[in-house]
Ligand binder design. Sequence first.
Ligand code: ATP
Length: 294
Amino acid sequence: MADQIVGTERPRVATPHRLVVPREEPAGESPAVRGETVFDLRDVNVFYGAFKAVRDVSFEVAEHEITALIGPSGCGKSTLLRSLNRMNDLIPGARVEGTVAYHGENIYDAEIDPVEVRRRIGMVFQKPNPFPKSIFDNVAFGPRLNGVRGSTLDDVVEQALRNAALWDEVKAKLKQSGLSLSGGQQQRLCIARAIAVEPEVVLMDEPCSALDPIATARIEDLMQQIKDKYTIVIVTHNMQQAARISDRTAFFSTEVNPESDTRTGLLVEFDETSQIFSNPNDERTENYVTGRFG
Ligand SMILES: Nc1ncnc2c1ncn2[C@@H]1O[C@H](COP(=O)(O)OP(=O)(O)OP(=O)(O)O)[C@@H](O)[C@H]1O
């Protein structure tokens, strides 16, 4: 396999990968022609202790697409997102069953290095969380861990800040604290920090929910700009946002377990975003996207 995530060998470029035969889909309608499959989820269940938070999730994420996870509160969007880079490993009692294949390798196999998984598959959180360090050091953090130094490090930091559409605003104050930036700038700093280690995938957990509409629009523009380089999976509560920016949408809902009176999340429908919002197959999806839910 061209690109394994076992052990500590770290190819700087995470592509190319194996060739995958494209699905047969109608021609001419973007994004029907899919790129290579990055994630292939099969029958994924996620538990917290005995509680099954999400059940039987299967779908594929294609490269250079933005895949949105939407659905009502508690349906397991964040839980599922964290299962894509083993972030749930850090939560006591959390457990994943099923297969989360990343370029054909199950990231939960025993020999897989979770640190390497998280380097390939970066994450941006709901609340901007810069380190209490300078702007430069925030972005340099990951590359330094990977041994990057000197002028190369300067270049890596500049490029990441440029790619995060923040360079022009901060180039004169790289030594200032990251915490001195506005909320929207802090979130772009966190995106710069995530992409500075050259991940292939960026997972975003409601990255705009703490931002005003102008900062939100900048992050949305940024996502459109960087999807040529990265594959993005985003959890959003904002259906307009999902409709605006994503190529595919996964709609989740919940069902009640009568014995335990708990709610388990499940994937109701996964399709092109235009289909989900204009002509969904499932009534539950239609009720949700038209605001008739609950
Ligand atoms: N660390 C945890 N420990 C135990 N249960 C958890 C934990 N995190 C989430 N859960 C439970 O798992 C279920 C799914 O939660 P999750 O946060 O993934 O849903 P969500 O769809 O992202 O919700 P929201 O839209 O409100 O953020 C919920 O019932 C939640 O209470």
